[in-house]
Design a protein around this ligand. Structure first.
Ligand SMILES: [Zn+2]
Ligand SMILES: [Zn+2]
Length: 174
């Protein structure tokens, strides 16, 4: 399975927003950086946009925490219902044809809702409902999208996997 970059923007942005929300350091500048890092165009956050995106980010987390395929589909469908508009193909900025879920002229919060809802839907479909999760280390619980070959990731990264391995090893000895 190959996860095309153009289709991954929404998923990667969703991961970053969920983790920024959970980090306790949600600030306008941090949000601004996340949007720019994920190549969201016209990403200037003004007025109520920041708070609206924060509320939306709280709604993204259950997609990663879902424990069954049905639950995951339901959570994504609720996001699509509230966040996605007319779907169309575009080739802006020389990119390969990819789907957009909101008109280009919409405000940044609407486009963030649309790209994350749509991106999660496409990813869930391609990954057969799997490969989205939260870190198995209780003290972490960061969201992740697993694009690894075997798709069996349980931790957000190597550091948490090691921490948990050490902890389990100690428990066995203790
Ligand atoms: Zn695009
Ligand atoms: Zn972790």
């Amino acid at each position: 399975m190959k996860f095309e970059h153009d289709n991954m923007v929404g998923v990667r942005l969703a991961v970053s927003l969920v983790n920024l929300e959970a980090s306790g350091s949600w600030r306008a500048e941090a949000l601004q950086q996340v949007l720019e890092r994920h190549a969201i165009r016209r990403a200037r956050v003004t007025g109520s946009a920041g708070e609206e995106i924060r509320e939306w980010s709280r709604r993204l987390r259950p997609v990663f925490e879902a424990v069954s395929q049905d639950e995951r589909c339901e959570t994504v469908n609720a996001l699509l219902a509230d966040g996605a508009g007319r779907v169309y193909l575009t080739t802006h900025d020389g990119l390969r044809p990819h789907l957009h879920f909101a008109p280009d002229g919409k405000d940044v919060q609407s486009r963030v809702r649309a790209v994350t809802a749509g991106g999660l839907a496409i990813f869930a479909m391609e990954a057969e409902g799997r490969r989205l999760g939260v870190c198995a280390l209780d003290s972490c619980r960061k969201a992740f999208a697993d694009t690894s070959r075997n798709g069996r990731r349980a931790y957000c990264g190597a550091r948490c996997a090691n921490t948990d391995a050490v902890r389990r090893h100690r428990m066995k000895q203790g």
